[in-house]
Design a protein around this ligand. Structure first.
Ligand code: BGC
Length: 426
């Protein structure tokens, strides 16, 4: 395991240290969602169905017990629109009560809940009638948000409206392209699940605008209900790095895929940073992972310093006045020592940004559990392993390592790390 006895950075008071999940990826049997319908369609391009996932719908108390016992003080989890409103206009009181119990359960355990309202999946009825592009989509999302307020109560402060709207918009564009006979999602790609080449399409301005409208509508609902709610959304930071001479091309490439979504957060209470790796952009567009570079189970380059660079870029675009929460950062690997090594360097790059003045309020690792990685169970991101048959949970050494940092209220700061790591703090 990586040696964490080096220099340490004391955590600011109130700093959230924890882990994240999303509803569809851990709950199981999300039967009223659009993705469930797609996963179970005969001849679907999705390699593996979510099925029971990690059965967290029933086992959430155990998940939260584990996170608390490991030393964490925060848990980001999702509530599922498709469960709360399985048919348009019909609220499941049982689902509201279920999520309300989860919120209370987190608070009772000393875990600050960070609650995501939408994480990739929508109710099947919503998508079947046209999804985000219908005229009343924002109002429908706002109406669901009004119900979600009952779940949040006075216990939740941090609310994320939509997870990775930029990925939602990109996947929407991919599917559109596929319908038009252009390069399509295929079985068994990067993750063993849905493969796509995001460089061939870009989010449509309509979809982007629709997501921003929905975010704003939800923001308003939440603030009217309780001005104390801290509302934001989370953006997938792809850490686009321009090769020399490709600066303008990289900026043009990043804008519709990332920066417009960051700009939309300028008036928010916080911004969620989610970073896993970098993407180099050359004069002709995206470049492959450098030859010989270590890659992960998702075939992404092992590049932990992406986290610090994502925070720096986010502050540049959103503005330094909007606090940052790292709502996802992690690695798909079966070698838990690499998870520790990755996270240690990622945290050091984060500390460098904090030292440079970044207002970072928390670090939530992706993921608490090994879970359903959108089409496949093969890429394991979890701090805690889950047996697919018995659902037994087993914390990995990385969970104990990160939990100990949370308990000690320190982060490794990598002052003794090689020069190129320190350089990522630029
Ligand atoms: C998503 C997660 C996903 C993770 C790893 C993010 O894009 O929010 O749902 O599992 O990255 O791919």
């Amino acid at each position: 395991m990586a040696d964490s006895s080096g220099p340490r950075f004391p955590l600011p008071d109130g700093f959230l240290m924890g882990a994240s999940t999303s509803a569809h990826q851990v709950e199981g049997n999300n039967v009223s969602s659009d993705l469930w319908a797609l996963e179970n369609q005969p001849g679907t391009f999705i390699a593996e169905r979510s099925g029971d996932a990690a059965d967290s719908f029933h086992r959430w108390p155990q998940d939260m017990d584990l996170l608390r016992d490991l030393g964490f003080n925060a848990y980001r989890f999702g509530i599922e629109w498709a469960r709360i409103e399985p048919e348009q206009g019909h609220v499941s009181r049982a689902a509201v009560a279920h999520y309300r119990a989860m919120v209370r359960g987190a608070v009772e355990r000393g875990l600050t809940p960070v609650v995501t309202l939408h994480h990739f999946t929508s109710p099947n009825w919503f998508s079947a009638r046209g999804g985000w592009l219908t005229e009343d989509a924002a109002e429908l999302f706002a109406s669901y948000t009004r119900t979600a307020v009952e779940v949040l109560g006075e216990d939740v402060r941090y609310v994320a409206t939509i997870n990775e709207p930029n990925m939602l918009a990109l996947v929407h564009a991919m599917r559109r392209a596929a319908e038009q006979g252009r390069p399509s999602p295929t079985e068994g790609g990067d993750t063993g699940g849905v493969a796509f080449d995001p460089s061939t399409v870009e989010p449509s301005p309509n979809m982007t605008a629709a997501l921003i409208r929905a975010h704003r509508a939800a923001y308003r609902v939440l603030k009217e209900a309780d001005p104390g709610y801290q509302v934001g959304w989370t953006v997938a930071n792809q850490v686009y790095q321009a090769e020399p001479g490709a600066e303008e091309i990289a900026a043009a490439y990043a804008r519709p895929r990332e920066d417009v979504f960051l700009e939309a957060a300028r008036e928010d209470d916080w911004i969620g940073v989610q970073a896993y790796t970098r993407h180099r952009i050359g004069p002709h567009g995206p470049l492959p992972v450098p030859e010989g570079a270590e890659t992960t189970l998702t075939r992404w380059e092992f590049y932990p310093e992406a986290l610090g660079e994502a925070v720096r870029h986010t502050r540049q675009v959103v503005g330094a006045g909007v606090p940052v929460i790292v709502t996802e950062n992690g690695i798909a690997t079966s070698d838990d020592e690499r998870r520790v090594a990755h996270t240690e360097r990622a945290l050091a790059s984060l500390v460098a940004q904090m030292r440079a003045g970044a207002d970072v309020r928390g670090y939530l690792h992706w993921s608490a559990l090994d879970n359903y990685e959108w089409g496949s169970y093969r890429p394991t991101f979890g701090l805690i392993a889950v047996d697919p048959v018995t659902f037994a949970r087993t914390p990995k050494p990385s969970a104990r390592w990160l939990g100990a940092l949370a308990r000690d209220r320190h982060l490794p700061c990598g002052a003794d790390r090689p020069q190129h790591v320190a350089a990522s703090a630029r």
